[in-house]
Design a binder for this molecule. Structure first.
Ligand SMILES: *Cc1c(COP(=O)(O)O)cnc(C)c1O
Length: 473
């Protein structure tokens, strides 16, 4: 398709601005060359973005089983709530008495999320999961520092962890101690015991973990870390499997982040905006960042006594919080656990219907997602996890997560989510099975896939390492 710079022509435009009613100011001339902005009519601009949107696969286009990302359908009522003028046409510096409704949204969301996670205080400021991790780690650091315990410099992270975990720990100034997982994908207690000690600041763990399994030793894991004087951080990206059923607070975790854009239903995948609230136990609350709603009848903003500062401007991505609250209130006390149960049911249904052809990386019942390994297939036919993923695109299915977690060779991680019907799952199962047949009979065709999309196989490494971010006229 044409780039925006190649559309339109000199003199076209769509600005309908009122006449200027303030005195003009002449700025010192900085620019040596004239700025060459595209000139398009409103119609041309609208078509440009519609064309772009058509090139993209979203939840509204079809099945999107991208493991660990929880690409569930986002109910439109959330959008309706988030587009109310009282939420969109406000200013963060407006006097508190004029935005009581917004404070109430934050207060209720914090309360409900604390209840779901078993935490006692929460900040809505972080903009994403990774940002929440960083924030949570700073809380842990502030806690150890406040007790004069300066030797706790290490964060233990299992090798199955999402890449953001070790990255956040390093950004927060810690050293990462990676511990290998057992063959069943769970934490190796002996390795954990050996790693935990006087220099342990804490452990970061995802549960259910990144291979889709609930660690049955979770209480022992968290107590090993506590006994060593460390804190437990819960990566809540997989909360969709257990929300309303099991609480990180009861599992022995002290800090948790949630990905509102995953579990609590905000469209994501295009780079944001997201929201990664961080909840904690009461003893960490004095360190929370930003301003939080306080008061009873009349609400006001309050800063924690030993706050680590701000991690984002004002109140975070507020409209994502509005969507999350709308989602929480529409599903309610019965609907939230039911969504989790259906997410787990859908994953197990798909896994069971595929496991005679596709070897699963771990045996037994899964939680909300499962990981298959195409190692044997690649060895026998030359067809890789990448080939399978690419060929799904020709059937209108978004590929599963590929080559993650790193501990599984030729991994494909499938997360169907609770919002898919049995019919959709059956169609997807049939497609997976058809592709498997093709891999056996005509492997060469799979190396060519996809053939029905606008773009075939871009050079992904090249695109990441040498991105072209500027249009050359
Ligand atoms: C998505 C994810 C993250 C990071 O969350 P973002 O919102 O993308 O920053 C961290 N851990 C796990 C397990 C995830 O799936």
């Amino acid at each position: 398709m044409k780039l925006i710079f190649e559309r339109g022509s000199e003199g076209q435009g769509c600005a309908v601005l009122p006449a200027c009613d303030v005195p003009p100011v002449t700025l010192p001339k900085q620019r040596t060359k004239e700025l060459r902005l595209p000139q398009l009519s409103e119609c041309g601009l609208s078509r440009h973005y519609t064309e772009l949107a058509k090139e993209v696969h979203g939840v509204n286009d079809g099945f999107y089983p991208l493991g660990s990302c929880t690409m569930k359908y986002n109910p439109k009522v959330n959008e309706a709530a988030a587009s109310l003028w009282g939420f969109t046409k406000i200013h963060p510096l407006q006097p508190e008495h004029t935005v009581q409704g917004c404070l109430e949204v934050c207060r209720q969301t914090e309360q409900l999320l604390c209840e779901i996670t078993g935490m006692e205080a929460m900040t809505l400021q972080p903009a994403a999961g990774a940002h929440g991790e960083f924030t949570g780690l700073l809380l842990m650091k502030a806690y150890h520092d406040s007790r004069g315990d300066k030797k706790r410099t290490k964060i233990i992270v299992p090798d199955s962890a999402h890449g953001t975990n070790p990255a956040s720990a390093v950004m927060a100034g810690f050293t990462v101690v990676s511990i290998p997982s057992r063959d069943d994908g769970c934490v190796d207690l002996e390795k954990l015991r050996a790693a935990a000690g006087e220099d342990t600041a804490g452990l970061m763990l995802t549960n259910p973990n990144t291979v889709g399994l609930f660690d049955k030793n979770i209480l022992e894991i968290t107590s090993i870390v506590h006994e060593a004087g460390g804190l437990n951080y819960y990566d809540g990206a997989n909360l969709n499997a257990v929300m309303g059923i099991a609480r990180p607070g009861d599992m022995g975790f002290d800090v948790v982040h949630l990905n509102l854009h995953k579990t609590f239903s905000t469209p994501h995948g295009g780079g944001g905006p997201g929201s990664g609230p961080v909840g904690c136990k009461a003893f960490l609350a004095p360190f929370l960042p930003g301003r939080r709603p306080a008061g009873r009848e009349k609400l006001h903003w309050e800063t924690s006594s030993h706050s680590i500062g701000s991690v984002k401007a004002f109140y975070g991505n507020f409209l994502v919080v509005v969507r999350a609250l709308s989602y929480l209130l529409t599903l309610g006390r019965e609907g939230i656990p039911e969504a989790a149960q259906n997410a787990v049911l859908n994953a197990n249904y798909m896994m069971t219907k595929l496991q005679d052809l596709y070897p699963m990386a771990y045996p037994g019942i899964c939680m909300h997602e499962f990981v298959m390994s195409l190692e044997k297939m690649k060895h026998e036919t030359g067809v890789s996890a990448m080939d399978i993923a690419k060929s799904l695109l020709d059937y209108g299915i978004h590929p599963p997560t590929m080559y993650f977690p790193l501990i599984v060779e030729e991994a494909l991680m499938v997360e169907p989510t609770e919002t898919e019907s049995r019919e959709t799952l059956d169609e997807a199962i049939a497609v997976f099975r058809e592709i498997w047949q093709k891999a056996k009979t005509d492997p060469a065709s799979l190396h060519e896939a996809p053939v029905r999309t606008g773009i075939g196989r871009p050079d992904e490494v090249g695109a990441a390492r040498h991105p072209i971010l500027r249009y050359e006229f």
